[in-house]
Ligand binder design. Structure first.
Ligand code: ADP
Ligand code: MG
Length: 232
């Protein structure tokens, strides 16, 4: 198995204000799988993505990538791992304002040993004609495309997407999700995505539902997901 998440537990605070957010999460993923993570607000979706991404540490449990425990990686290796193998896409694009589209994407290739061809990527993202523009000359959708380019130019093994279309209108969101699907199919990155856009149900290989700190549902390669499990 490419990625295994074993009995991850995470709490915040202490005493009376302690919240047990993740109470033992188990999940295994194949390379190239496209997984959507659903759950009510506050159910720990971002916390789980941050733990997988090495941004936050779990209290218990471990994450293995190709059989290697993240906890056993030395700081240096973990940093290299994050830089080379993980791509992150957030609701906020955080582009560098004084760099062009092309330059913002190139920033993501820094330190990668297997970067994608930037021109080809600009074409895939529908940004080639906009490559010389600055972020403030772009629409929200174009800015998010640029952020996707920055995240995937290093050709990461894992692409973590935390509500990537949260700031966009429905149709633009759909286009962005389709683009992430295209990227997943073209480059084979394993995708874990949190989204509230229902268009995702036709794209994902797998839908995982988080509730009360546990995974309550896990649908794999099934297209008939009961409607109540697609409510956010
Ligand atoms: P989701 O992304 O599903 O909306 P989060 O993972 O952001 O949920 O948050 C889950 C719970 O953990 C929430 O109750 C939130 O307030 C709490 N939480 C998240 N991060 C922190 C933190 N750094 N400190 C304290 N509480 C936090
Ligand atoms: Mg969140």
């Amino acid at each position: 198995m490419f990625l295994t998440i074993n009995n991850i537990k995470k709490s915040f605070g202490s005493g009376d204000s302690r919240v047990d957010v993740l109470k033992g999460i188990n999940l295994s993923m194949e390379r190239g799988e496209f997984c959507v993570l659903l759950g009510p607000s506050g159910s720990g979706k971002s916390t789980l993505l941050n733990i997988i991404g090495g941004i936050d540490a779990a209290d218990e449990g471990d994450i293995c990538i190709e059989g290697e425990r993240m906890a056993d990686m030395k700081e240096k290796k973990l940093t290299a791992y994050r830089r080379k193998h993980l791509g992150y896409i957030f609701q906020m694009y955080n582009l560098i304002p004084n760099l062009t589209v092309r330059e913002n994407i190139e920033v993501g290739a820094y330190l990668s040993d297997k970067p994608l061809d930037v021109d080809e990527l600009l074409h895939t993202l529908g940004l080639y004609d906009h490559r010389k523009k600055l972020p403030n000359q772009l629409s929200g959708g174009q800015q998010q495309r640029t952020a996707i380019g920055r995240a995937i130019v290093k050709n990461p093994d894992i692409l973590l997407c935390d509500e990537p279309t949260g700031a966009l209108d429905y149709q633009t969101s759909k286009d962005i999700l389709k683009l992430i699907e295209t990227v997943n199919q073209k480059y084979g990155n394993t995708v874990i995505m949190v989204t509230h856009n229902d268009a995702i149900k036709d794209m994902a290989d797998r839908v995982v539902r988080l509730r009360d700190g546990m995974i309550r549902k896990d649908y794999r390669n099934e297209h008939k997901i009961p409607a109540e499990d697609l409510e956010w």
